[in-house]
Design a protein around this ligand. Structure first.
Ligand code: ADP
Length: 512
């Protein structure tokens, strides 16, 4: 049994702003079957502390809950204040051990994990996530009595300094453990001015090209990529793309230099949360064999969004409303989509300018285009169940989850050919349709022409009902459960635990 500490800034079901939380929350349960015991460590934001389940303790007869989460460690001064490590549990299908860093001076704030109520990043984010990384390195490195780990798995820039702490400043009396750094999105790197360096508690030699220094400042993600034994990202295509300047965002040279220590492992989806045959949030449950039941969900969705009721294609979008997600190009294609007889229901939050532009589009096409601006998990389920096709025009997409939910729910993905979208959707070209392998539509390049062509192809396919049904069924047959991906992570952990070397490549056969 390998013991892994998974360190991140968010995890479902406690705190989520994006796909990172889904991965961190789902992995412990999925990987248990592959000989890995994983604990998740996250910051103690208010919404985490209020929902923290204490671990079950043995009582008289059956297990009962302890009264309060036990404190398993204390730091007298962690970056400017006292901190405690609380022990708890992830519940249900996210079952797993949870460690929460309760540091009120850093994390007890209203707002999102990263920004205040008006959306401005907290000015001391460098300190907040350096503290998370320091504490994570202490825990993984054996500084906490009773907790012992074989490997640290750090996620994204917020945990990026942890591998660097293990490399340059391991805990006193601790042991050296290997680490893995996962990139969920290269666009967020955690870059700060040089004057924070003396406050990080790292030795002078860490201020180096093979340490935390990056373009004269401190790069959190860069530090993790340089210091971790292995690097993963969330799809094989994105693992290749980040070797180029277009997607590497300045770190492409470093990624290239790490050679085959860089792997792509596609995210799974939570098959219990996202299963149309058992989903209690939707109007009518259905399966690949009973697809006709799905139409009740379409009718319900039309009603909920105030859209015209008809039998033309109903497109959906569930997305952050940002440039990365191609939402500006979506605004441009609205007229085309409506002109083809399509309708659009959109759920999202994001850039104010894009929200205004989308509102203008909806006003122009009353009954054909309708928006819900906000974050609503249950509505996301109803949309995947009722929509005919989901549009995902991302300029880059490390993995993407919404196209996977679309596949599971018979909501045909229409996606840009990039990153995880390219890896998970099989384009409905003639050969693929004939072979029964097609699961969606891919288009190359996120601009008006390519996206409009993708939508035209989707509408054409929709009008050939037999072919459309086949494509839906093929998508629903795909297995994107965590099982395969968990096996790939487990193999990677094992490799680095058995041959711990910063230089030695993981000796695995091929990406999964
Ligand atoms: P990213 O992490 O880049 O935002 P992903 O596709 O990997 O993109 O993951 C997005 C996740 O967030 C999915 O689970 C998606 O359903 C969910 N999501 C995004 N926006 C909303 C929203 N407005 N309401 C509900 N769920 C949303």
């Amino acid at each position: 049994m390998i013991r892994v500490l998974s360190l991140a800034s968010e995890a479902v079901p406690l705190v989520k702003t994006g796909g990172l939380a889904d991965v961190v929350g789902a992995l412990p349960h999925a990987i248990a079957a592959h000989g890995v015991q994983m604990s998740v460590m996250i910051p103690g934001y208010p919404q985490v502390l209020t929902r923290l389940n204490p671990p079950a303790v043995k009582g008289k007869g059956k297990a009962r809950k302890a009264a309060a989460p036990p404190v398993v460690h204390e730091w007298k001064d962690l970056f400017g204040g006292p901190a405690r490590l609380l022990s708890g549990q992830l519940d249900g299908n996210h079952a797993g051990d949870l460690l929460v860093l309760d540091a009120p001076h850093l994390f007890n704030r209203d707002g999102s994990p990263y920004a205040d109520g008006s959306g401005r990043d907290w000015a001391d984010n460098w300190r907040r996530f350096a503290a998370l990384s320091r504490a994570g390195a202490d825990v993984a490195g054996g500084a906490v009595e009773g907790l012992s780990f074989d490997l640290l798995h750090a996620h994204d820039w917020q945990a990026g300094l942890a591998p660097a702490y293990l490399k340059f400043a391991p805990p006193a009396g601790g042991r050296s453990v290997p680490s893995i750094m996962t990139i969920h999105n290269m666009a967020f790197q955690g870059y700060y001015p040089a004057d924070i360096f003396p406050r990080l508690g790292l030795p002078p030699e860490a201020w180096a090209v093979n340490g935390v220094e990056y373009h004269g400042g401190v790069g959190f993600l860069k530090a993790g990529l340089e210091s971790a034994y292995g690097i993963t990202t969330v799809s094989p295509t994105y693992a290749l793309e980040i070797r180029s300047s277009q997607f590497g965002m300045g770190l492409e040279g470093l990624i290239q230099s790490r050679g085959d220590n860089v792997r792509g492992i596609v995210n799974g989806i939570d098959a219990q949360d996202w299963n149309p045959a058992e989903d209690k949030t939707i109007a009518a449950r259905f399966s690949a064999r009973a697809l006709s039941k799905r139409v009740a969900n379409k009718r319900a969705l039309e009603k909920e969004f105030g859209l015209d009721r008809d039998d033309g294609p109903l497109f959906i979008v569930v997305s952050r409303l940002t440039w990365q997600k191609g939402m500006d190009v979506l605004c441009e294609v609205l007229d085309h989509l409506v002109g083809l007889g399509g309708r659009l229901a959109l759920l999202g939050t994001g850039d104010a300018a894009l929200v205004s532009e989308l509102h203008r589009g909806a006003a122009r096409h009353a009954g054909r285009v309708s928006l819900r601006i906000g974050y609503d998990e249950a509505l996301a389920h109803r949309m995947q169940a009722g929509g005919d096709a989901i549009l995902v025009p991302s300029r880059f997409e490390p993995c993407g989850l919404t196209q996977l939910y679309g596949l599971a729910y018979g909501c045909v993905p229409v996606v840009a050919r990039t990153g995880g979208l390219a890896d998970t959707v099989v384009d409905a070209n003639l050969a693929a349709i004939k072979a029964g392998a097609a699961t969606g539509i891919q288009f190359a390049g996120v601009d008006y022409q390519n996206f409009a062509l993708g939508i035209t192809r989707a509408v054409d396919l929709y009008r050939q009902q037999d072919a459309w049904t086949e494509v839906r069924r093929a998508g629903m047959r795909m297995d994107f459960s965590w099982n395969q991906s968990a096996a790939a992570y487990a193999a990677l952990y094992r490799n680095y635990v058995e041959q711990p070397s910063l230089e030695g490549g993981a000796n695995l056969s091929g990406d999964q």
